[in-house]
Write a protein that binds this ligand. Structure first.
Ligand code: E4P
Length: 221
């Protein structure tokens, strides 16, 4: 499973890019609002950090034609190097926008997905990725992992090229269980990425190795 960072915080992305094998960054208007910067300021900053990896930027327009104009503009700002995806919330207009964007040569991530059928329809419309919201489903007494599982199974059964980008995580266990569905990728906050890559037993083991090895390791290098 590929990991993406679900954040627009420049410091968090800088820290992660030192050691975490990230495949890209995802944002949405709420994530951007947390940074308190206008899109015209933060988008070029994100482009610089993401390099040639994926950058998923959400559209705010409500009409399909405007979503296409918006995506064209953002892709232009992002440039050729960055792997740009227009995140499209799957409203009626969003579904209409997907084939229009594909025709314009813009890759699409269908977002705000809460059911298996929404994901299948988005895939049929031509979305490159679908983003089901695991934690938001769990929080309404539904089952985020089960929804992802059904989506992954159907994409495999029907040989659909659309990939799953599982989103909305609040615990490491949700990430663990979504990984077991075989989903292609997950976008995860800085805090949860840090929690899943670290373990206090690792730190304790490394401390002991350091203590025991210090006086023995005498080969210069
Ligand atoms: C990413 O594409 C989604 O917008 C995001 O993961 C939603 O996360 P939240 O439910 O924590 O807001």
């Amino acid at each position: 499973m590929y990991y993406l960072a679900d954040t627009a915080n420049i410091e968090e992305i800088k820290k992660l890019s030192h050691y975490f094998p990230l495949q890209g960054i995802t944002t949405n208007p709420t994530i951007l609002a947390a940074e308190g910067k206008k899109l015209s300021v933060i988008l070029p900053e994100l482009v610089k950090l993401v390099g040639d990896k994926m950058l998923h930027v959400q559209m705010i327009s409500e009409k399909a034609e405007r979503m296409v104009d918006e995506a064209k503009k953002y892709r232009e700002i992002c440039g050729e190097k960055c792997d740009f995806y227009a995140k499209i919330p799957i409203t009626e207009e969003g579904f209409r926008a997907i084939p229009m964007l594909k025709k314009a040569g813009i890759k699409v991530t269908a977002t705000a997905i809460f059911t298996h059928q929404q994901a299948l329809v988005a895939a049929r419309a031509g979305a490159n990725f679908v983003a089901p919201y695991v934690n938001r489903l769990d929080n309404i007494s539904s089952h985020g992992i089960e929804v992802v599982n059904h989506i992954v199974k159907s994409f495999t059964d029907f040989k659909l090229p659309t990939k799953v980008l599982a989103a909305s995580f609040k615990t490491v266990d949700q990430v663990h269980r979504v990984t077991l569905t075989g989903c292609y990728s997950a976008t995860i906050s800085y805090e949860i990425l840090e929690r899943l890559r670290s373990h206090p037993m690792t730190d304790a083991s490394v401390d002991a190795f350091q203590k025991d090895g210090k006086k023995l390791y005498d080969i210069p290098f």
